[in-house]
Ligand binder design. Structure first.
Ligand code: GLN
Length: 539
């Protein structure tokens, strides 16, 4: 019997960023899994931050949270939505983490007086992470590198990839390079030169890509494919085009399969695999293209101009739409523009209102006005993390007569800090990795909307926040009608609040969006959209 070797695919990007490398990586993972290949996916990020937790959504989009509380790059969300690959904090490795590990070892004297250098110490540390999943249970590891070929900060990673391929056996490693082939409207042509130059950069580093995936607006002609193959020194059969999908990103696995990409990866690595079982994806796309209803949902947030800031929330809304055979038009509404006076005008036509997570004071009063409108007018409301805290503040102020109720995140003077810090959090000074993070248990109360939606009594959901429902005010709020629908059974922390006599009013302290998948919508999102459809039909 031959020894099992875990094979590796390195995915790099060229020409420009934002080509959808993460999505392409996730789709390759999905296709391989449908063929029975056991896949792991990880992401290397060249920035110096130790993790994504301290980065602001403007620069970096959403911070994705793993089960074990890792605060990671949003590409991990794609991996988890498309595949079953287990992810943890060690699935996202930054330069900061690599350097931190090496420096910690140096301080402990682990290098025995040697001079510690990028090569070999940093590259060795990177290589150790590359092979962290190797073993008889894993057939292929996909490693995506953030940034673009030629970035100075990515150099150590590229060098580590090169060394790894040399040591692991070139036949066990494939380099996949994702590039852009721009279409010049003025001359009506696709241009291959940027791709040639980007591959040139890789070859200078000693990396010869095996597979090229070219993002294009127009299909590549055979002639262009031949030209790219020739000048990039890549076999013709391994040059692919990837065009923008027409309707939904969930068409991408099917499109890539049609182009033969999964087969090429398998062939290049000398593996054997079963046929792709694409029926679930085909049904999914069929459902998306044939909705039975259309509704409008408002997302009232702070970063509405950025699609990536609430990436997983938008995705989870889509999944819930798919589960309900409904086309959802999401209206991203800037919370700063909403007041008690204009909420009706701005929100009346919405079938549902969602307030996502967030930090900082900007837009808080607008969110409170949006929740008030939803509560008083019986519009389905769904609050996530900060959106739950806002719902509690609104209820305390306008129903439970605590006029100055607030979160102690935003007001130190309030006599009614209905949301506040736990004692354990009060003396924390460091910002990185110090929130309540990762999967925590939640016990659901009988007779609640949440209990019915989940169809079970105990769930695990992921957290990322510092402030909590303040139990000192619990009895008073419950007396006035607030429903405590979910509680952490170990810490007695309120995790879900609801309202009675309302079609759907649910606020959750956690982030359910991180567990939603296109093929398996999150039950609370599905229930929210179900309630929104009812409202729009009743109108
Ligand atoms: N700012 C709030 C807290 O820290 C909510 C955080 C969030 O929505 N993720 O508790």
């Amino acid at each position: 019997m031959t020894k099992h070797v875990t094979k590796h695919v390195f995915i790099t990007g060229g020409v420009v960023s934002s080509l959808g490398k993460g999505l392409t990586t996730a789709c390759i993972g999905a296709l391989l899994e449908t063929r029975g290949v056991r896949v792991r996916i990880q992401k290397f990020d060249p920035y110096i931050n130790v993790d994504a937790g301290t980065m602001n959504p403007f620069q970096h989009g959403e911070v994705y949270v793993t089960v074990d509380g890792g605060e990671t790059d949003l590409d991990l969300g794609h991996y988890e939505r498309y595949t079953t690959t287990p992810l943890s904090r060690s699935s996202n490795i930054t330069s900061g983490r690599i350097y931190q590990n090496v420096i910690n070892k140096e301080r402990k004297g682990a290098y025995l007086g040697g001079c510690v250098q990028v090569v070999p110490h940093i590259t060795n540390e990177i290589k150790a992470h590359i092979r962290q999943w190797d073993g008889p249970e894993v057939d292929i590891v996909l490693s995506e590198l953030g940034g673009t070929a030629g970035d100075i900060e990515g150099m150590a990673f590229m060098e580590a990839f090169r060394q790894f391929a040399y040591e692991h056996g070139r036949e066990n490693v494939a380099f996949l390079h994702l590039t852009l082939v721009p279409y010049l409207r003025a001359s009506g042509e696709l241009k291959t030169k940027p791709t040639q130059q980007s591959v040139g950069v890789l070859r200078q580093i000693g990396i010869q890509p095996d597979l090229l995936v070219c993002r294009t607006e127009k299909p590549l002609t055979q002639e262009m494919r031949d030209k790219i193959a020739m000048f990039c020194n890549v076999e013709k059969q391994y040059v692919f085009d990837e065009r923008d999908v027409e309707h939904s990103i969930y068409e991408l696995p099917l499109q890539l399969h049609q182009s033969g990409l999964d087969e090429a990866v398998i062939r290049r690595l000398g593996l054997q695999a079963g046929p792709a079982k694409l029926e679930p994806w085909q049904n999914l796309v069929h459902g998306i293209l044939n909705p039975k209803s259309t509704i409008d949902i408002a997302v009232v947030g702070k970063y509405v101009e950025l699609k990536d800031a609430y990436k997983s929330v938008y995705e989870a809304i889509d999944h819930a739409g798919i589960a309900n055979q409904c086309d959802i038009k999401v209206h991203r509404i800037n919370a700063e523009e909403i007041t008690d006076d204009n909420a009706g005008k701005r929100l009346r036509s919405m079938a549902g209102i969602l307030v996502p997570g967030g930090f900082g004071e900007r837009g808080i009063e607008g969110k409170i006005s949006a929740v008030r409108f939803a509560r008083e007018n019986k519009v389905p409301y769904y609050g996530l993390c900060l959106g739950m805290q806002i719902a509690v503040i609104e209820f305390a102020r306008h129903v439970a007569d605590m006029k100055d109720a607030h979160s102690s995140e935003f007001s130190r003077e309030t006599q009614h800090p209905v949301i506040s810090l736990l004692k354990e959090q009060r003396n924390i000074k460091d910002m990185g990795g110090t929130m309540r993070l990762g999967a925590q248990p939640c016990r659901l109360a009988d007779g609640t909307v949440s209990r019915a939606a989940y169809g079970t009594t105990d769930v695990m959901e992921r957290h990322r926040h510092r402030y909590e429902f303040n139990n000192e005010f619990r009895a008073r709020l419950v007396e006035r009608g607030l429903v405590i629908a979910g509680v952490n059974p170990e810490l007695d922390l309120v995790e879900i609040v609801e309202l009675k006599d309302h079609p759907f009013f649910v606020g959750v302290q956690f982030h359910p969006e991180f567990q939603s998948k296109p093929l398996k919508a999150h039950p609370l999102f599905a229930a929210f959209v179900g309630a929104a459809i009812k409202r729009s039909q009743a109108k």
